[in-house]
Design a protein around this ligand. Structure first.
Ligand code: HEC
Length: 106
């Protein structure tokens, strides 16, 4: 009887441990890089999650033919309907977000 109780307690503990471990691995499947986080907070409203929303004339980032340097220049100083982020983001943040944009590229 006593042993039965202990076994039950252990099973409950094991189940608990498993569900906690599962939660951790689920989080790892969607890694959020600094660049992705900046993209989600600053760029999604015009370019969309996948870069191809094209809201208010925004270019399709998945098809952009710009080099990394050219993208950094557009994001820093802006161009046409695209606002510049040179004052809101640091140089490093702009490099990170451009790195994320390049991953959206088809
Ligand atoms: C207010 C809407 C808006 C926001 C916010 C915005 N963009 Fe843009 N973006 C545009 C528009 C509009 C264009 C097209 C500009 C043009 O035609 O000259 C553009 C163009 C670009 C281009 C050039 C693409 C090409 O092939 O010419 C890049 C790169 C870019 N955006 C990256 C970003 C990044 C990175 C962010 C977030 C830090 C961002 N944009 C936020 C509207 C926006």
């Amino acid at each position: 009887m006593r042993t039965g109780l202990i076994v039950t307690a252990w099973t409950a503990l094991l189940l608990l441990a498993c569900s906690v471990a599962d939660g951790a691995s689920a989080e790892k499947k969607v890694p959020v890089t600094p660049g992705e986080a900046i993209y989600k907070s600053q760029c999604v409203m015009c370019h969309g999650r996948n870069g191809n929303l094209n809201m208010s004339g925004a270019k399709d980032l998945t098809k952009s033919g710009l080099t990394e340097e050219e993208m950094i220049a557009v994001v820093t100083s802006g161009r046409g309907g695209m606002i510049g982020f040179g004052k809101t983001l640091t140089k490093k943040q702009i490099e990170e977000v451009v790195g994320h944009v390049r991953m959206l590229h088809e």
